[in-house]
Design a protein around this ligand. Structure first.
Ligand code: HEM
Length: 501
């Protein structure tokens, strides 16, 4: 009688050989690209970094250690090359958005919006229906709407959060600025006919979402669980069925059908309807733009304020410019909000905003792209590298905005003066690379002008009126990444009336 051992050994041996062949094949496709130890076989190092919240710093370290193109998983590369990012996202690029990541951009299962659309021609067509409302302020309401909400925010700070030497009241600046940006963008988007969307309860449905303990979308993406999540989402009840959270905003479709295009002040949604979009589609794109705009702009405001609080030299120089502008323009403190045209003419304010967005960008990694089927040869540094078809390429935004060749040897420092007195090709290159925080080419952000307007006005008015100090400078706020943007909370500050006012 034969013993079972030889066949068992044979089976184990075969499995082992098969595993080795699979690992070899996994590793070989990108073996020519330097990378993390073990990245050819497993995603563990990347996933660990996502969970540890150390992702951004790790990305910067890896790019500095291994070069502008680094292998971080068997089929995933990370780049810090601004030129490669522009190449991948350019209007005629054959790279696509990675469906496994952008699946998370759906607001309800299976319903598309501009950010979730993957197919280039469909995305371009869709974008052309939305873009006119961004590029042209058709009803002239954009600046007055932002001013009205900024005034309310400042009034709230003044009335409810001013501390004195006798008593301190703490204020969460990250939350306060998020309520301001959300309300302003809701009104810009829907117009004055949807007042109920501006009520605190409705706004809280977007702002007070349960704070993630860590970068959950990043985790789902790196562990390839996004598709499973998509299926679970399909099985669960649609968010449109509820009347809170996103539901309240997605439910506007039926009201949009009846809303008249003859309203006095048009919201952007009216233009989308006039351009032939269906009310259901408009409801999804309207909420997408509110979500895309509110987190990013408020993260920019709290990020720049934190930098100003920690850099007294910069704060004092900015104050000098602001005070001079106020006395020149004879602006009364209570009523007038700086006009965007005047803000654009203040060089130091512009430098602070540019430098703040560069140094502490509100949107960061990974904006993943997938290499075209036939692969692509790209120039990285001084060598040409072949990226096989289907390879995922992630962007390390922090590495890009801290590139010493573009921004100078002290790119790791906050120094607004680097933007002053510059012109010619160097300045153009700095601006182009810094603007990559808004994406590039076919996926470029539509809301840049609205964002800059809100940020410039808010920084001007907050600095002009108040002194602020962090209550816990050793741990100023909680920063959690969500779909590549910072969700900031708990930035507790003590606000006092300006001493030298
Ligand atoms: C400082 C503020 C902002 C930053 C840093 C920012 C950044 C970005 C980035 C990086 C993308 C590209 C995402 C990708 O390729 O996957 C994007 C897309 C987009 N952003 Fe912004 N954004 C900001 C403010 C806004 C505002 C205020 C709005 C609207 C009111 C807005 C609306 C959009 C829309 C609709 C898209 C999708 C564009 C497309 O898919 O073609 N953003 N943004």
């Amino acid at each position: 009688m034969s013993t079972p051992w030889p066949s068992a050994i044979y089976l184990v041996g075969t499995i082992l050989v098969l595993v080795l062949i699979v690992l070899y094949c996994r590793d070989s496709a990108l073996r020519h690209i330097p990378g993390l130890p073990g990245a050819g076989y497993s995603s563990l190092r990347h996933v660990r970094s996502i969970i540890s919240k150390g992702l951004l710093k790790d990305y910067v370290t890896w790019c500095r250690q291994y070069g502008e193109l680094v292998r971080i998983e068997p089929n995933v590369l990370l780049t810090s090359s601004p030129d490669l990012v522009m190449h991948m996202s350019g209007v005629r690029s054959r790279y696509g958005k990675d469906s496994a990541f952008y699946l998370l951009a759906h607001l309800a299962p299976g319903k598309e919006n501009l950010a979730s659309l993957l197919d280039d021609p469909t995305h371009n067509r869709h974008k052309s229906l939305l873009a006119p409302a961004y590029t042209k302020d058709i009803s002239g309401a954009r600046e007055p709407t932002i001013d009205a909400h900024l005034r309310k925010f400042l009034h709230d700070v003044q009335s409810n959060y001013l501390s004195t030497t006798a008593a301190v009241k703490l204020m969460d600046l990250s939350k306060g600025s998020q309520y301001f940006t959300t309300k302003a963008i809701i009104e810009l988007t829907y117009g004055p006919d949807f007042e109920d969307l501006l009520e605190d309860k409705a706004v809280a449905g977007l702002v007070e979402m349960p704070e993630g303990a860590f970068n959950m979308p990043g985790f789902l993406y790196a562990t390839r669980l996004t598709k499973v999540m998509g299926l679970i989402g399909q099985l669960m009840a649609s968010k449109e069925d509820t009347d809170d959270g996103f539901g309240k905003f997605l439910n506007v479709a039926s009201r949009l059908k009846n809303s008249s295009a003859e309203t006095k002040r048009l919201g952007m949604v009216q233009t989308y309807l006039q351009n032939g979009m269906s009310p259901e589609q408009v409801a999804h794109d309207a909420l997408t733009q509110v979500l895309a705009g509110q987190v990013t702009v408020s993260a920019a405001i709290s990020g720049i304020m934190i930098l100003l609080m920690s850099n007294p030299r910069v704060l004092s120089a900015l104050r000098k410019e602001i005070d001079a502008a106020v006395s020149d323009g004879a602006m009364s403190l209570d009523e007038v909000i700086i006009s965007y045209a005047k803000a654009l003419a203040l060089p130091y304010l512009q430098a602070v905003v540019r430098e703040g967005l560069r140094f502490f960008p509100p949107t960061v990694d990974p904006l993943p792209r997938v290499a075209p089927q036939e692969g692509d040869s790209v120039k990285v540094g001084d060598r040409t590298v072949f990226i096989p078809g289907g390879t995922r390429v992630l962007t390390s935004t922090w590495s890009i905005t801290r590139n010493t060749e573009v921004f100078g040897e002290d790119a790791d420092a906050f120094r607004p003066e680097r933007w002053i007195g510059l012109d010619g090709p160097r300045s153009a290159r700095m601006q182009k690379v810094a603007d990559l925080i808004f994406g590039f080419g076919k996926g470029r952000c539509l809301g840049i002008t609205i964002a800059r307007m809100m940020i410039c006005k808010s920084i001007f008015e907050l600095v002009r009126r108040f002194d602020m100090a962090l209550t816990e400078p050793w741990s100023p706020m909680s920063n959690v990444l969500n779909m590549g943007a910072w969700e900031r909370s708990g930035m507790m500050v003590v606000v006092t009336e300006r001493e030298d006012n």
